[in-house]
Design a protein around this ligand. Structure first.
Ligand code: COA
Length: 253
C-alpha cells in the first residue's frame, strides 16, 4: 500500500492525516505531492484559517521513504519533496502538528515550521541525516541551533540523538505533551481556537515572527548540498543497507 493523505475540512481547519501506517507514514513522492497540493489550496482558500498535520497509527512520520531516496538522485523533474520543503518555508497560515511515536527526518524538521505543536507522551524526535550520508533540510541547520543551541543540535542533526517528548517541550519544540488518547482532541481544539481569531492579524503576526528571507536562503543552500549528497556513495550504501535490513558499512569511504 502506498498510502494517502486523508483531508478533512471543518470549521476553518484543514486536517491532513498522513495515512500510511504500515510504513510508519514514510513520505513518498506522491504523498509529498498530495501534501503540497493541499497546502497550496489552503493558502488560497480564505475559508481555511489553520492547517493541522497528523500521522495515522503508532508513528507520526518516519521521514522520507528510503526506497524513494534511491530514485530521487536520478530524477530530472522537480521532486515533490523539494516543493513541499519550499511550501513549509513560505506557508502563511497557522500550521499545527499532533505527533505520536517516532518523528524522523522531515517528520521532525517540519515541526520547526509549525506554529503550534502537541506531542503525545510517547513522541520521539530524531533527524539521522548524517547516518544516511545526508545533510539537514527544511532550514533545520538554521532553525534548530537557534532554538536549542549548537551542542544539542549537533547531537540531533549529526549524531542522530533521539529527543523524547518531555525534553522536546522543555527545549521549546512543542507547546504541550499529552496522553496519546488526548492528542487529536488537544491539537484540533488549538486549531479551532486559532481559526476563530481574526485571520489577517494572525497571518501578519506569523509573518513578523519568521525570518523568511533567512529561511529561504538556508533552505536553498541545504537543497543544493542535499541533492548532491543523494548521489553520493555514502548515501547509496546507507539506503541499500536500510532496505536490506543490515548495518551500513562506511569503511570504504
Ligand atoms: N522508508 C521506507 N520504509 C520505511 C521507512 C522509511 N523511511 N521507515 C519505516 N519503513 C518501513 C520499514 O522498512 C518496515 O517495512 P516492512 O514492514 O516492509 O519491513 C515498516 O516501515 C515498519 O518499520 P519498522 O522499522 O519495522 O518499525 P519500527 O517501529 O521498528 O521502527 C522507525 C520505526 C521509524 C524507527 C524505523 O522504521 C526507522 O528508523 N525508519 C527509517 C527512518 C529514516 O531514517 N528516515 C529517513 C530520515 S531522513
Amino acid at each position: 500500500m502506498s498510502g494517502q493523505i486523508a483531508i478533512n475540512e471543518t470549521g476553518g481547519v484543514m486536517s491532513l492525516l498522513i495515512d500510511r501506517p504500515d510504513k510508519k507514514n514514510a513520505l513518498t513522492d506522491a504523498l509529498y505531492g498530495a501534501l503540497s497540493d493541499a497546502m497550496e489550496r489552503a493558502e488560497t482558500d480564505a475559508a481555511i484559517r489553520a492547517v493541522v498535520i497528523r500521522g495515522a497509527g503508532d508513528a507520526f512520520c518516519a521521514g522520507n521513504d528510503i526506497a524513494d531516496f534511491l530514485t530521487l538522485a536520478d530524477r530530472k523533474d522537480e521532486a515533490q519533496v523539494f516543493r513541499f520543503l519550499r511550501l513549509l518555508g513560505t506557508f502563511s497560515k497557522p500550521l499545527l502538528a499532533g505527533v505520536q511515536g517516532r518523528a524522523v527526518g522531515i517528520g521532525t524538521t517540519m515541526l520547526l515550521h509549525c506554529d503550534h505543536v502537541v506531542l503525545a507522551e510517547d513522541a520521539q524526535l530524531s533527524t539521522p541525516f548524517v547516518s544516511l550520508g545526508l545533510v539537514p533540510e527544511a532550514a533545520s541547520s538554521l532553525l534548530l541551533p537557534r532554538l536549542i543551541g549548537q551542542p544539542r543540535s549537533f547531537a540531533m542533526l549529526a549524531m542522530g540523538a533521539v529527543m523524547p517528548a518531555g525534553e522536546a517541550r522543555e527545549a521549546g519544540l512543542a507547546n504541550a505533551v499529552v496522553p496519546r488518547e488526548a492528542l487529536e482532541d488537544t491539537v484540533m481544539q488549538a486549531a479551532q481556537r486559532i481559526a476563530a481569531l481574526p485571520p489577517g492579524a494572525v497571518q501578519q503576526t506569523k509573518a513578523l515572527m519568521r525570518d523568511s528571507e533567512a529561511i529561504a536562503q538556508v533552505m536553498e543552500a541545504e537543497i543544493e548540498v542535499f541533492a548532491a549528497r543523494l548521489k553520493s556513495g555514502e548515501a547509496r550504501e546507507a539506503f541499500t543497507a536500510f532496505l536490506e535490513k543490515r548495518a551500513p558499512d562506511f569503511s570504504a569511504f
